[in-house]
Design a binder for this molecule. Structure first.
Ligand code: NAG
Ligand code: NAG
Ligand code: NAG
Ligand code: NAG
Ligand code: NAG
Length: 287
């Protein structure tokens, strides 16, 4: 009987070894939301994108994008081209972010980006129940259809809330509610969020919005500061070089909060446990 046990053990370990571990790794999914600087305007002048893709934003077979038809495809700039459709999109922080994560956490496996940002939107337009909010949740859920794990939200917004005193005053509460609602609807109460503090803005109440962004005090919410990043000649948006810097800052901040990667894929772990449980119950039955 003991030889049967050994046979089972041997078979089980062989099966585990021949499993393609890298293939079994869940896709790491990131949601990109907010307004124009997240959507990407780098290299856009007078409504035309110059088509220049910095080396840090180049496509990689490990980086996918959920398109407007909810299908995964190899990601390439501009990431929001079929999402933020009423504007001309250019370079944003998403591709740099994904490339930096891959560079520094090569074991992470595939990265899936879910672009959801729309230029010119204010925080009230993102409140739970709004069309932008629903669209975000629908896209996030569709992203999980073929497996994977939502690992974080990247959020860059606020400029549209700097013009009116009351909106600026209410910004902090609205932003906190937005993060809490999204986490709750995605059933991930500790989901990492990395947001960007605005550096400058057209509105009179920029300092109020900026202060709110820097002071948000929720677990696993980090803020990176866009201060010092260069605007392009339009005076309103980050240029491509600034987006490259920002994407790296977002990756740094995310890696600081990311839960440690599991050593083994969940599929082979489950497999192991199955055989262990089987053996244990068999021994229990015998004795
Ligand atoms: C394992 O998966 C990787 C990535 O999908 C693929 O490139 C490789 O060919 C696979 N190897 C085997 C033995 O299936
Ligand atoms: C963009 O438009 C402005 C105003 O119409 C013009 O002065 C400027 O030369 C244009 N820039 C480019 C790069 O076409
Ligand atoms: C684009 O503009 C149309 C017409 O104004 C509007 O119905 C639609 O919601 C807009 N889409 C986005 C993504 O802004
Ligand atoms: C937000 O934007 C919408 C649509 O442009 C507008 O109707 C609304 O008044 C704005 N709300 C605030 C608080 O700015
Ligand atoms: C884009 O980001 C820059 C830097 O934070 C900020 O000054 C600018 O107001 C933003 N523009 C918009 C339209 O959000």
């Amino acid at each position: 009987m003991l030889s049967l046990v050994w046979l089972i053990l041997l078979t089980s370990s062989n099966l585990v070894r021949t499993q393609n571990i890298s293939h079994a790794k869940p896709k790491s999914i990131f949601i990109l939301a907010g307004q124009s600087n997240m959507s990407g305007r780098g290299g856009v002048t007078n409504g035309t994108w110059d088509g220049i893709v910095p080396p840090q934003c180049q496509p990689n077979s490990q980086i996918l994008r959920l398109n407007s038809e909810l299908k995964w495809e190899t990601a390439h700039e501009p990431l929001h081209r079929d999402i933020d459709v009423n504007k001309t999109c250019g370079i944003g922080p998403g591709m740099v972010f994904a490339n930096s994560i891959l560079e520094r956490e090569s074991g992470i496996g595939e990265i899936g980006l879910v672009p959801c940002a729309i230029g010119g939107t204010n925080i009230s337009e993102w409140a739970r129940g709004s069309s932008l909010y629903n669209q975000l949740v629908v896209r996030a859920q569709a992203a999980l259809n073929h497996g994977g794990l939502i690992r974080g939200i990247l959020w860059y917004q606020g400029e549209s809330d700097t013009e009116n005193r009351e909106d600026a005053r209410l910004y902090k509460g609205r932003l906190e509610k937005f993060f809490t609602d999204v986490r709750s609807d995605l059933k991930s109460p500790m989901l990492p969020v990395v947001q960007v503090a605005l550096a400058s803005g057209q509105g009179k109440y920029l300092h109020v919005v900026r202060k709110a962004q820097l002071e948000i005090d929720l677990p696993n919410v980090r803020c990176v500061d866009a201060k010092g990043l260069q605007l392009q000649p339009d005076g309103l948006h980050l240029g491509s070089a600034a987006q490259v810097r920002l994407g790296k800052m977002l990756a740094d901040a995310f890696l600081q909060i990311m839960a440690p990667l599991p050593v083994q894929s969940s599929a082979s772990t489950r497999f192991h446990n199955f055989f262990l449980d089987f053996l244990l119950s068999w021994f229990r039955y015998k004795s």
